[in-house]
Design a protein around this ligand. Structure first.
Ligand code: HEC
Ligand code: HEC
Ligand code: HEC
Ligand code: HEC
Ligand code: HEC
Length: 232
């Protein structure tokens, strides 16, 4: 009787050890294992997204990926091959963030005239301004507007001080007090599409909180994100 229990327990222990070993081995051999550990804090609102909502497997089997990497190391291939996961594409973001009222569509941001800004800030990609795993809404500088708007002429300018004065004095930290970036918020105040005085606009600190992980400065969005996937 005792012997039987002992054997069973031992069998179970061996079984468990073998399973644990196999699990460990497959984890070690799985290229995503280390990768899984490395993610930082999600962008606010992304806490419940599945990793696979953004990270898709890179093309090719692991063997092909390793071969391609080897060829790259030997100088037989021009670019390194992605292993495990492909670079996150804009299409992943668009799948949940589609905004018909977009003021700055990527097609516009990707125009050739902005080549310098693309090279320096990656504005032709969502992640140029919204790096993931940094725990903030926006990773770009709030003064990034200066790269494209410094030569603008706002005709019949209704604001005081006017845009020409703001541009000339380099007040690029004021823009987001009156303009949201994507046009996905109701910003109309009085006769104009945006506030016409800084007092009517958003307080500077509230803009910074919005860009970080704080309360949203602009109120409810017009086109909310799709929840899309079930929580992980
Ligand atoms: C909203 C989209 C999104 C979600 C959801 C997401 N990631 Fe990422 N992740 C990114 C982006 C963008 C990068 C930057 C590198 C890139 O473009 O591939 C990144 C980079 C990483 C990196 C750095 C290494 C690398 O591949 O460059 C790790 C590790 C990572 N993610 C793990 C995770 C894990 C684990 C989860 C789920 C808990 C997750 N991610 C969910 C968008 C996302
Ligand atoms: C599976 C759907 C999904 C995907 C994919 C996704 N998001 Fe999101 N995102 C959400 C949801 C849901 C929220 C929470 C806010 C909401 O409900 O509108 C959010 C919030 C955000 C916010 C903060 C918005 C706020 O006002 O708090 C930013 C910025 C953002 N996403 C950018 C991105 C970028 C950039 C990508 C691609 C790398 C991406 N998202 C991919 C669903 C998604
Ligand atoms: C040039 C920089 C830049 C690029 C490129 C950019 N964003 Fe933004 N985004 C911002 C700034 C600045 C804000 C904060 C102001 C606001 O809320 O409109 C913001 C806010 C957001 C928000 C929260 C407010 C809202 O509109 O719902 C989401 C979600 C978002 N971006 C998603 C995206 C996605 C998806 C892409 C790619 C299709 C993208 N962004 C490309 C700068 C950028
Ligand atoms: C990569 C270049 C680029 C960047 C960076 C950029 N914009 Fe723009 N923006 C444009 C273009 C292009 C238009 C379309 C109008 C035009 O052709 O001038 C536009 C349009 C606008 C409009 C008019 C939208 C409307 O239809 O009412 C506003 C307001 C605006 N941008 C504000 C900003 C603010 C604020 C920032 C910084 C947070 C910013 N932009 C960053 C290129 C850019
Ligand atoms: C005090 C609020 C306020 C500030 C600050 C402000 N704007 Fe404006 N902006 C407006 C108003 C109001 C309009 C006119 C909108 C209308 O015609 O209804 C406008 C118009 C624009 C336009 C032209 C949009 C169009 O429909 O033709 C652009 C581009 C623009 N602003 C960019 C900027 C940039 C870049 C900054 C930062 C230097 C900035 N604005 C700062 C309120 C402001």
């Amino acid at each position: 009787m005792t012997r039987l229990i002992f054997t069973r327990a031992r069998k179970r222990a061996y079984g468990a050890a073998v399973i644990a070993l196999l699990a460990l081995l497959s984890l070690l051999m799985w290229p995503d294992a280390a990768w899984l550990q490395a993610a930082g804090k999600p962008t606010p609102g992304h806490e419940n997204l599945q990793c696979s909502a953004c990270h898709m497997a890179a093309p090719g089997e692991l063997r092909q990926q390793l071969q391609a990497s080897f060829r790259y190391l030997l100088g037989l291939r021009a670019s390194p091959a992605p292993i495990g996961n492909a670079e996150v594409a804009n299409s992943a973001c668009y799948a949940c963030h589609e905004r018909p009222t977009e003021h700055h569509p990527l097609s516009l941001m990707g125009e050739l005239r902005f080549l310098d800004v693309q090279t320096e800030h990656g504005v032709h990609n969502c992640t140029g301004c919204h790096q993931e795993h940094h725990g903030v809404r926006v990773t770009a500088s709030p003064t990034i507007c200066s790269n494209c708007h410094s030569d603008d002429l706002v005709v019949n300018d209704p604001i005081t001080p006017d845009h020409a004065a703001l541009f000339a004095s380099g007040k690029w930290d004021s823009c987001l007090r009156c303009h949201d970036f994507h046009g996905n918020h109701q910003m109309k105040t009085g006769d104009y599409n945006y506030p016409s005085t800084l007092e009517q606009g958003v307080a500077s600190q509230d803009v910074l909180d919005h860009l970080g992980a704080g309360k949203s400065a602009y109120g409810p969005v017009l086109h909310p994100a799709k929840q899309g996937v079930s929580p992980k």
